[in-house]
Design a protein around this ligand. Structure first.
Ligand code: SF4
Length: 320
């Protein structure tokens, strides 16, 4: 069972109806254009159902390099589509909405990062994939929430500049006590995950005793400390698949509960907060997806000078 929340259902129903109307045309265009649709776990359910592949940013980055297609329609946020474009210079990448930006990514401008690097000349720089391409270009490594702690563990330097999410930096520090993590900026955050308070966890457990609480490392430390499991969306999924529990309270963007329920329809999934909705992720609609395939819009291009340097940092992560 997937928990039903009225206002969410209305949004999802609208997209489901549009998908029914446009499904055939989307399939036809996909063949004509030799295209694949990649969708992040936070997308509307109808978009996840139309996609060739659904995953988190690490899975999507990997998948993008494996596809034998000419066009990738990327249903996620801009930085993810940029990562796909950087790794696939020979493929066209389009996004359904021109302003599907991530507010967290905007919190680490290149100039600020360069200033911090100057102050810590011996530190290595590990930049979360939720960042601008120009910041990735200045990194030694890129990481995702699925592999952040592991990437930092493999870095040789004792000091590591890490950003832009400060809660993820805390999570990484906790798992790498021998390193000194320098969060840049000191208080970078994702507004969706910051909504969660420890009281939400306690209340959800009262309402669903016996359920396990899974939260994303972008949630604040006090929340991470009392959850049963902390991990990226792909890790939450793996954890639930191997857990004997029948019910889970999902503490990340609401779209992910659908992905989990699709994989485990015999179990129960509840939202830690039903208002954990990322407006940027949800700016992609089924109609936008159809138009991006039909009109080849909106193209994602990263200037080659930046792409070349960012590619090295991303590839180092993929090698690890
Ligand atoms: S959920 Fe947060 S980190 Fe993810 S795209 Fe939205 S604002 Fe960015």
């Amino acid at each position: 069972m997937l928990e039903k929340v009225d206002f969410l259902e209305r949004l999802e129903e609208e997209q489901r109806r549009k998908a029914e109307e446009l499904k055939e045309q989307i399939e036809k265009l996909k063949k004509e254009r030799k295209a694949a649709i990649l969708a992040h776990n936070y997308q509307f359910r109808a978009i996840q159902d139309l996609a060739d592949f659904v995953g988190d940013s690490l899975e999507l980055a990997r998948k993008a390099t494996e596809l034998d297609v000419e066009l990738i329609v990327f249903c996620g946020v801009r930085f993810m589509a940029e990562t796909a474009a950087i790794l696939n210079p020979d493929k066209e990448v389009v996004v359904p909405h021109p302003l599907s930006l991530c507010s967290l990514a905007g919190m680490l401008p290149r100039d600020y990062l360069l200033e911090v690097k100057k102050r810590h000349p011996k530190a290595a720089t590990v930049i979360y994939v939720n960042s601008l391409a120009e910041a990735k270009a200045e990194a030694d490594y890129v990481c995702t929430s699925a592999n952040a702690a592991e990437v930092v563990a493999k870095v040789e330097a004792e000091e590591v500049i890490f950003g832009p999410d400060a809660n993820l930096a805390w999570y990484v520090q906790r798992r790498n006590p021998d390193k000194r993590i320098i969060p840049v900026p000191p208080k970078g955050f994702c507004y969706v995950h910051l909504l969660v308070r420890p009281e939400d966890v306690r209340e959800a457990l009262k309402a669903h005793p016996g359920a396990e609480v899974l939260v994303h490392p972008e949630c604040e430390p006090e929340v991470q400390k009392i959850a049963h499991y902390v991990g990226s969306t792909s890790k939450m999924l793996k954890y639930a698949l191997s857990s004997p529990s029948r019910a889970f309270i999902v503490g990340t963007e609401v779209g992910h509960a659908y992905r989990m329920w699709r994989e485990m329809p015999e179990r129960d999934f509840y939202f830690l907060r039903p208002d954990m909705i990322c407006g940027m992720m949800k700016s992609n609609t089924v109609e936008g997806l159809y138009l991006s395939l039909r009109d080849l819009r909106y193209k994602v291009k990263v200037p080659e000078k930046i792409a070349e340097r960012a590619r090295k940092a991303i590839e180092r992560m993929l090698e690890l």
